[in-house]
Design a protein around this ligand. Sequence first.
Ligand code: PRX
Length: 434
Amino acid sequence: MSLLLRGRTTKSTWEMAKAEPVCPPETMDSEDMLFMLYTSGSTGKPKGIVHTQAGYLLYASLTHKYVFDYKQGDVFGCVADIGWITGHSYVVYGPLCNGATTVLFESTPTYPDPGRYWETVERLRINQFYGAPTAIRLLLKYGDEWVKKYDRSSLKLLGSVGEPINHEAWEWFYNVVGEGRCDLVDTWWQTETGGICISPRPSESDGEIIPAMAMRPFFGIRPTLLNENGKVIEGGDVSGALCIAQAWPGMARTIYGDHQRFVDAYFKTYPGYYFTGDGAYRSDEGHYQITGRMDDVINISGHRLGTAEIEDALDEHPDVPETAVIGFPHDIKGEAAFAFVVLKDGITLTEQAIKEDLKSIVATKIAKYAIPDHILMVKRLPKTRSGKIMRRVLRKIAGGNTEDLGDITTLEDPTIITEILEAYHKYKTEEAAK
Ligand code: PRX
């Protein structure tokens, strides 16, 4: 740093020289805010999730130690961006609380080539490698050679986070990357939970791992499944809304500046429980598998986005009065966005020009990864008599299931569906011709 500064603005160099090399620690209350991270919910406005000092740090450090079986001297490699919760908890706070050597990965999995992760593993002798399924799905398409080229003998454990990991990705990560000798943990948690809540813990005596399953609650976590009437679902081989029945140290304390929204978003749907927004399955053995979001939140390449957030951005276009954004399954990204866009009458721009505008609005207002893969211009959106968009029908169309759209008798005007399907088939034909 000093070398870089020398010869440049000497004034600032002197200013730096005047500063104390040691910053005295500040005493904080255990419940003082540690940081705030914005995340998406099912409405357009992102939520500033607040974590506090003691509980969060305790939870991040304990989960880091026990889930990843961290031992003193290990080199811990979480390749998430530190701007997200995974980077906060498992690049910065968890490992550093435990005195670990932690890796800051600043590239992308394919730059300069698809061997980047494994070259990093070899060069830094990484012991635990923690990444996202979307990257694994992408890398497996490049073949095994990019992995095998590098020495991965330092690896002891692999981890997956942020979205459901499909079986193909799990098996490739386990067998090719981990050579079938490293434990692979699928870890479920959220920005709001502060740290991992459900995950196998292979270091323990009952450390069996079932592929692609988050399996076990961490210490102090009481997962509970509830049905649509708010009743607890008992037993095995059952599915329901995933809730947590008791507070834990790492849980978020509030939404910055809007405590009521915090209460409404997480504690109102199922009184007495924290509602995660996810659905889950519990097997006869009591193991949990996350089945996906139950609200209008989608997960694109591990990035959590409210469909309303994308709709708000699209609606900013002066020629666009209304939109509906739906998630659909995508081979590599896990999910992608499909936008149904209504245009005003008498527009002067071409549809293509409006599409380009819409993409750049989303890229600027949210991020590039939020740009819908498909933008379909439609005359109207299918609404029920009470004015609600019938999203389940759009979800089927976005997923390519145009044959059986289910019951549409409650639509105000069912002929809208014929219109949308016509536009959809025309769009698909044009896409195929490209
Ligand atoms: O839907 C779940 C999914 O990601 C959501 C949380 O997103 P975010 O707050 O951005 O935090 C991501 C990193 C922890 C969850 O509500 N999710 C996270 N991990 C998994 C998962 N879905 C399935 N399996 C997982 N292991």
